[in-house]
Design a protein around this ligand. Structure first.
Ligand SMILES: C[S@@+](CC[C@H](N)C(=O)[O-])C[C@H]1O[C@@H](n2cnc3c(N)ncnc32)[C@H](O)[C@@H]1O
Length: 205
């Protein structure tokens, strides 16, 4: 994971987390989907959560089984520093999602702007293998990627853009699309980036 980790650590070390293009003061849509899907005892994992404030808001609402995975420990260190003592209530994992084997299952799997960096079929296959191992039937999967008319790069890396339909085809059964939203994200520099938010429910194995 060396090169990937160096890249993302460098991105987070270069500027404040409030200045990265994907920054949101609050993860409003993700929060709404997560709180609608699961109660406070549910195991929630944020894949590629970086320094997002999603965790802050879930902790604030009483969620107590929270995990964040990211390849960049610089990003996770920023989130931990912001959370202070509350950081000890979160499980932190530094890993490349395409090489990670989940040690347990999560009721909610959230990914905003990570899957779209997987431009090679074997990376996406590995991600879906982790998703299958990390969820059970009944789990909710919330994914946000750049929409088909979104940017084709982010942070100097190429991305694969999706509509809800093409993302559903990529993720495949047993994940069934249950909700979708198009959202226009405004970056800190004022650019407009359309995202596809898609919610899946895991059916049988
Ligand atoms: C565009 S940022 C999104 C961060 C966060 N989800 C948000 O919405 O604020 C992408 C994040 O995914 C992480 N990342 C990229 N590739 C990854 C991989 N293969 N495995 C784990 N994390 C990865 C990066 O370090 C970065 O924090």
């Amino acid at each position: 994971m060396g090169d990937l980790r160096d890249h993302w650590d460098g991105v987070y070390a270069a500027r404040p987390e409030t200045a990265v293009s994907w920054y949101q003061a609050r993860s409003v849509r993700s929060l709404a989907y997560i709180t609608a899907a699961a109660n406070k005892d549910a195991a929630v994992i944020d894949i590629g959560g970086g320094a997002s404030t999603l965790l802050d808001d879930l902790l604030e609402r009483g969620y107590r089984d929270l995990t964040v995975l990211d390849v960049a420990d610089v990003a996770l260190d920023k989130a931990k520093a912001r959370l202070g003592q509350k950081a000890s209530r979160v499980s932190w994992i530094v890993a490349d999602i395409t090489q990670w084997r989940p040690p347990r299952q999560y009721a909610v799997w959230h990914d905003r702007a990570v899957f779209h960096f997987l431009t090679r079929a074997e990376q996406r296959k590995a991600y879906v293998a982790a998703l299958l191992a990390g969820t059970a039937p009944g789990a909710t999967v919330i994914m946000a990627t750049f929409a088909l008319d979104g940017p084709d790069t982010c942070s100097g890396l190429p991305v694969q853009r999706y509509s809800p339909r093409t993302l559903a085809a990529e993720i495949g059964p047993p994940f069934v699309l249950t909700d979708e939203t198009r959202e226009m994200h405004t970056t800190p520099s004022g650019a407009q980036q359309p995202f596809s938010y898609v919610v899946f429910r895991r059916e049988v194995n």
